[in-house]
Structures are given as C-alpha cells and as structure tokens.
Design a protein around this ligand. Structure first.
Ligand code: SF4
Ligand code: SF4
Length: 248
C-alpha cells in the first residue's frame, strides 16, 4: 500500500514538472495580462476562458488544479527542495486579494470602456495556441517565472500561491459556493480516532496548513488545501483519505 501511495506523489510531481516544462506553450492561457489586453479591445481572451473553467471545476474539485497541474505549482515544489520553510498563512494570505480584486475590476472596466465583449478569441495573442513564438515572448516568460519564483525562495513553501496567484481566488470562490449548497465534491475525510498527533501530515503539507490540528477537530477543510494528497500519503495510520462527499 505504501508503495502505491508514494507512487501517487511521484506521479503528481511528475505532472507538475511536465506542466512547468510546457510553460512556454501554456503561458498566455494562464496569463493575467492577456485578459487586460483583450478587454481593452473588447476581446474575451483564452486565459479568461481558462479562469472561468477553473472556477467551474472548483465547484466539484476545489483546488485540485493547483495541486496537480499548475506550472507555478511545479516551479514552487521544485523550489521547496532548497527552501522548504513553512509559511505563516495568516500573515500573507490576504496579499493575493490585493492583486486579484483590482485586476478583476480593471478587466471589467476595460470591457465596459470597449463597449462590451465584441469577440471571443481563445487564441488571442498566441501563435496557433502556442504562447512563446519569438524571443520577446521567451524573455517575457522568463521574467514571469522569476517573479513567480521570488516569493517561494524568499518566504517559503508555495508562498506564490498565498500571495500572488490570480487564479486561486476563482477556485476559492468556487469552493465557497460548493460549501453553501453542500453538494458532493472531492474532499479529504478523516478518522480522527486513529490519529496519534505525530505531526507528519502537517510537516508534509506544501501549503503550510496545520493538518494535525484540523484532523484532531475531525474536519480537514481549508481554503488553502490544494488536494495534493501529501497528507494522505504521508500518514502512517491512514487517518486521511480522499472522499467524494458532502462533507460534514
Ligand atoms: S500523520 Fe496521521 S497520525 Fe500523524 S498527525 Fe497526521 S493524521 Fe495524525
Ligand atoms: S491538507 Fe493535505 S491535501 Fe491539502 S494541501 Fe495540505 S497536504 Fe495537500
């Protein structure tokens, strides 16, 4: 069983690193700048469509994308090999809303100024869907990677997710709506009576969540949870498992 668990984390990290390697292709599909450029011309660009899809998937799968497929997640999990310090989430989590809210308001404003959505163009600013098609694009992608790298190396584990990510709030909103309606979705279920409070799950969590405390309370729910399964696969007592359920 343990071998299977370790394999799952190897697969997850492999997918994240593959996603990072594909960043030159997917860059504009995840970019916060492209929707601004598009909105100024009344064009609904591909990345805004992707953000809408991330919101929709979060209604059932929470932040699974962050844990399993995000290229910035791959970059940060590689960074954690040299900088694995846990972060103080309370202190830094608010920063991403300081980025997201003005950005979203600007997108809306630019669409209104352009007279609304005149065109839907999923391939906007890409070359046949590929983001980096010349050296200027390559330099821009490199600069963005450096910007995404800095919080993780300076502050600690996945600090970019906590502070800069413009995609996370869409999925946090989706999780919140899911919880209001309490429909079945992918979650973590716990059997707290099995827990010995060894703390290994907390130590393993890439999002610096106090997993042991939540397990002790019998409910493992956090807006920061990216459903990576590191706690599931680390726990020697099999206290935590994936579950598709309504939660408590
Ligand atoms: S690793 Fe398992 S046993 Fe240890 S604190 Fe976490 S849930 Fe409890
Ligand atoms: S609580 Fe578990 S699944 Fe959620 S981010 Fe932490 S380690 Fe991953």
């Amino acid at each position: 069983m343990k071998t299977v668990m370790k394999t799952r984390q190897k697969v997850r990290r492999g997918v994240l690193i593959a996603s990072l390697a594909l960043f030159p292709v997917t860059f504009y599909w995840l970019s916060p700048a492209v929707p601004l450029q598009g909105a100024a011309e009344g064009v609904l660009a591909g990345s805004l469509i992707v953000f809408g899809l991330l919101f929709l998937q979060s209604l059932l799968f929470g932040r699974l994308f962050c844990g399993w497929a995000c290229p910035a997640g791959g970059l940060q999990e590689l960074t954690a090999l040299v900088r694995a310090r846990r972060v103080n989430r309370r202190r830094i989590n608010w920063i991403k809303y300081l980025v997201w809210l003005p950005w979203l308001a600007t997108v809306v404003f630019l669409f209104i100024r352009a007279g609304g959505v005149k065109q839907v163009d999923p391939f906007y600013r890409t070359w046949h869907g590929i983001s980096v098609a010349d050296w200027q694009g390559a330099i821009t992608a490199l600069i963005v990677l450096v910007v995404l790298f800095i919080p993780a190396i300076a502050v600690g584990r996945r600090a970019t997710c906590h502070t800069l990510c413009w995609m996370a709030p869409f999925m946090i909103l989706g999780r919140w709506i899911r919880d209001q309606f309490a429909w079945p979705s992918l979650r973590l279920a716990v059997k707290k009576e099995r827990c010995t409070a060894c703390g290994q799950c907390t130590e393993a969590c890439p999002m610096s969540i106090g997993v042991t405390d939540l397990v002790q309370r019998g409910r493992l729910e956090s807006t920061d949870c990216i459903l990576c399964g590191s706690c599931v696969d680390t726990c020697p007592r099999r206290v935590i498992r994936y579950s598709f359920s309504k939660g408590k």
